[in-house]
Write a protein that binds this ligand. Sequence first.
Ligand code: SAM
Length: 318
Amino acid sequence: MKINDSERIANLEDNYNRPIFSLRISITNRCNINCLYCHHDGMMPSDDEMTPDEIYQILKIAKSIGIKKIRFSGGEPLIRKDIVEIIKKTALLDFKDISITTNGILLEKYAEELFKAGLNRINISFDTLDPETYKTITSKNYLNEAKKGILKAVEVGFDPVKINMVVMKGINDTEVMDMFEFSKNHGIILQLIELIKSDNCNDNSFTDKHHFDLDTLEEDLGKIATKVKTRQFMQDRKKYFVDNGEIEIVRPMDNTKFCENCTRLRITPEGKIKPCLLRNDNLVDIITHIRNGYSEDKIKNLFLKGINNREPYYVNNE
Ligand code: SAM
């Protein structure tokens, strides 16, 4: 059943009764590493980036229609020299939560400033503690920089800090417990992410060869956990409490539950609303209209159009 725009703003949800709380905004496609598996957050290649003011205007409208949480991503968001300014401006809008996903390489330099600017949480993509494996995955030798960045984030007071580890068979699957020890020892939550197919590899051979099914691992965690929590509005992710540490399991692939509980809209670096992670045929341009001086009301309607375009995976795959 379609819902009208005023109903939607009163209770921000899409045509499939999924509430929308959060916005993930990709602020660049540029990155300082080149991960073997990277899906680039489902973004199309483009050199276009928005200015801090344009980002602020988009977020202001997002706030006005009921978005509560903002996550910055990329590319590598810390590669932008104006990242602290972007966070400072975002903090003026008084969201419930502002977070960032980063590879951590530039975090030692920025963690303190970002914390003071009003950033609340950090997720760091970090798949291995082994320098050779790090080089294999990222094609760069920045393991120490990333590690120092992680420790700096903890030191300046971010809480929680999470490590995102994409688990890959034959590459880093034997390191899960070492990564857990490292995380636990620094009060960090470890998120184990299932590898999904990416455009970086023009066939499925990388995913087929290295896909690691997290089921068995999850079963084992279930046996030793003192507590298990299910996070409904986070795609039903399970969080396991083990030996005074925490591990979350993230399974983003073609997953009915993932879609069913998806509460997130996305913005591409070139300023388009991206309603669904795995699609690029339902984007809604907003930046052109902001640059052309459209009123806030008109931009609000474009946001609502983006929300209208959300269509869960299971609709076409039943
Ligand atoms: N540069 C930032 C970083 O490294 O966190 C943000 C961008 S990165 C694309 C965002 C997240 O997507 C990372 O946590 C990464 O591990 C995850 N990711 C990328 N490609 C993936 C894939 N093929 N399967 C599963 N997760 C993936």
